[in-house]
Design a protein around this ligand. Structure first.
Ligand SMILES: [Zn+2]
Length: 212
């Protein structure tokens, strides 16, 4: 006869010995009757779940987010209340996308702007104990604050580039106008003014290139 060590689903005791040939065994801790098929199935599922979670955490630690995501997604499929796996999926999304995790209302989020993990975030919040919930919220807020900062920096840089571009066009027009005026005034006067104007235009161009 074969003996298997299982976890009792009623009292949570681990290492409960059951006889696999019998349909029922008695838990030696709480005395409840355990259906062999059922507890063995649970045992296998639990082992699979634990393995998936372990692999996911390992992948995440070495930044293999694709692998981590696949394992956490499968773990969440086995146990639909597994908030740690949902949270793992949110962490992957935040690590892979610099964008904010925002609640979309109706219209789609702007391109490259939001993490696509709101459903998982909602599941994590729904099943997590209060202490975890608070931590999850704090971490999403921190991620969003960082994302907003990056976004604002990019916008500022874009505005600066636009201004530089307009200034360049303006300087080019001034350079051409000054060159014409200088031609009327005489060769030395023209060389100095034209040189200055072209120098300013080129210098501005170099600055604009460096900002790229
Ligand atoms: Zn028991």
């Amino acid at each position: 006869m074969a003996i298997a060590a299982v976890t009792c689903p009623n009292c949570g005791a681990t290492g409960v010995n059951i006889e696999t040939a019998q349909e029922y065994s008695k838990c030696s801790y709480c005395g409840s009757m355990l259906r062999t098929k059922e507890v063995l199935h649970l045992e296998l599922e639990g082992m699979a779940l634990e393995k998936l979670r372990r692999n996911a955490r390992r992948s995440f630690a070495v930044k293999q987010y694709g692998n981590a995501r696949a394992d956490w997604a499968r773990a969440a499929q086995i146990d639909r209340t597994d908030y740690e796996s949902y949270w793992g999926l949110v962490c992957c999304a935040m690590a892979m996308h610099p964008g904010r995790l925002i609640r979309r209302t109706g219209a789609a989020a702007p391109e490259g702007y939001a993490c696509d993990a709101l459903k998982e975030y909602d599941c994590a919040l729904a099943y997590a104990p209060p202490a975890c919930k608070a931590e999850y919220k704090a971490r999403v807020e921190a991620h969003n604050a960082r994302a907003r900062e990056i976004q604002e920096k990019q916008w500022a840089l874009q505005r600066f580039r636009d201004r530089m571009y307009r200034l360049r066009i303006f300087l080019l027009v001034v350079a051409v106008a000054l060159s014409f005026l200088a031609l009327l005034g005489g060769p030395i006067y023209g060389a100095v003014l034209g040189g200055l104007a072209i120098g300013a235009w080129a210098g501005q161009g170099i600055v604009a290139l460096k900002m790229r």
